[in-house]
Write a protein that binds this ligand. Structure first.
Ligand SMILES: [Fe+2]
Length: 144
């Protein structure tokens, strides 16, 4: 299961694209770790995802708020769902609870779907909407 960074993934907001690129790179390593049953790498990725989710979603949500984005609530619900999933896996691993190859595969599927659905569709909609306000996009305030 592979995803390569490409133009379809870029939404056109630099700070967000840079963070998405890092997630895609991490996914490649994570996918290999799942194939190889490399639990250490898997744990490293989950550690990364916890920090990524909080920082990256915070950046996206700030952009949505400052631009009075019309689908902020729904979008934030998806972020919360992602955080809950990653939080659950993080706590399992932190407690050295059993974590099966099947569960690792499910996490990989979840990340893959996140990249191709949330990023390519939902995140892209933010940029398209902000663009329709006119002018260059900024991570800072850009109101309609
Ligand atoms: Fe998002």
């Amino acid at each position: 299961m592979e995803v390569q960074w490409n133009d379809d993934l870029a939404i056109g907001i630099g700070i967000i694209d840079d963070q998405h690129k890092k997630l895609v790179e991490r996914f490649a390593g994570f996918s290999r770790a799942v194939d190889e049953g490399d639990m250490r790498r898997l744990e490293e990725t989950v550690n990364y995802l916890v920090g990524y989710a909080i920082q990256h979603f915070g950046a996206e949500e700030l952009i949505m708020i400052r631009n009075c984005y019309d689908q902020f609530d729904q979008h934030r619900d998806e972020h919360s769902w992602f955080i809950k999933k990653v939080f659950g896996v993080y706590c399992l691993l932190a407690k050295n609870a059993p974590f099966s190859p099947e569960e690792a595969g499910e996490l990989r599927d979840m990340l893959y779907n996140w990249i191709v659905d949330h990023i390519m569709v939902k995140d892209k909609r933010i940029a398209v909407t902000l663009n329709s306000f006119g002018g260059p996009l900024h991570a800072e305030a850009k109101r309609p």
